[in-house]
Write a protein that binds this ligand. Structure first.
Ligand code: NAD
Length: 250
């Protein structure tokens, strides 16, 4: 390893699963102390153990502002300030326009948009100058895939926040960027409440739209997050890094 994050403190929301977990493990290997935040106490415990002493887990819900206050109180007490904030926690759920009711809309916006917004806002007092913030959009925020009007809108909001937060924080040399993953192999699809056949059909259909002809792996996003977290990306501010096997670009 190249110790690109030696001595840095990184906070990763949703660091107990999928992309967040792969990134937490990579950041820890690169020398960071990592604080992971997520809802599931059991997977948090396993994820914390996998960091081999280079991190701690805090349980909570990003859409609950008191939980975010508790997260940052713990970070402050344990590590002081923050160098890298990866706003990764999110949920996916797909439904046609006519079947997307108010509860469905509110759940996605509460977690993906409100949760992300206050994860950043409440970190401000702990962020070091020169910190890197990484937000999480999606290809669904950029193209018109059927059944993703609510999910896609939450992710388009994240891309917008990367620009506006950058404008407000650049005076402290804090860089904010967005990652827009394409289809990545993680447990997110199993959590959508769909029958296995529906997920299989969806996956088969998506792969036909990816020039590289496959799903991405969580580690392929983690490597990009490492790039944006480290000084390797020191001149990159407010951008969107699309990592989708060419799905929206070719
Ligand atoms: P995942 O389900 O494996 O991980 C999501 C993480 O977010 C989990 O750790 C979960 O605990 C956490 N989380 C969810 N709701 C939360 C809440 N209210 N409070 C705290 N933590 C919460 O999924 P993943 O695929 O690793 O997703 C990570 C991010 O990447 C998400 O924002 C997702 O929308 C985005 N994304 C994923 C894909 C993909 O194909 N996997 C594509 C585009 C974008």
């Amino acid at each position: 390893m190249s110790n690109k994050l030696q001595g840095k403190v990184a906070v990763i929301t949703g660091g107990n699963s999928g992309i967040g977990l792969a990134t937490a493990q990579l950041f820890a290997k690169e020398g960071a102390n990592v604080v992971i935040f997520g809802r599931n106490a059991e997977t948090l415990k396993g994820a914390e153990a996998s960091l081999e002493g280079r991190g701690i887990a805090v349980q909570g819900d990003v859409s609950n502002l008191a939980d975010l206050d508790r997260l940052y109180a713990t970070v402050k007490e344990r590590y002081g300030n923050i160098d890298v904030l990866y706003v990764n926690a999110g949920v996916a759920a797909f439904a046609p326009l006519e079947a997307s009711d108010e509860a469905f809309f509110d759940r996605l916006f509460d977690i993906n948009v409100k949760g992300a917004f206050f994860t950043v806002q409440k970190s401000l007092g702990l962020l070091n100058d020169n910190a890197s913030i990484i937000l999480t959009g999606s290809v669904a925020g950029q193209v018109g895939m059927p059944n993703t009007s609510v999910y896609g809108a939450t992710k388009a909001a994240l891309r917008s926040m990367a620009r506006t937060f950058s404008a407000e924080l650049v005076g402290r040399n804090i860089r904010v960027n967005n990652i827009s993953p394409g289809p990545i192999v993680t447990p997110i699809f199993d959590r959508m409440g769909l029958p296995k056949e529906a997920i299989d059909d969806f996956s088969k259909n998506v792969v036909t739209q990816v020039p590289l002809g496959r799903f991405g792996q969580a580690n392929e996003i983690a490597q990009a997050a490492l790039f944006l977290a480290s000084t390797d990306s020191s001149y990159i501010v407010g951008t969107d890094l699309v990592i989708d096997g060419g799905m929206t670009q070719v």
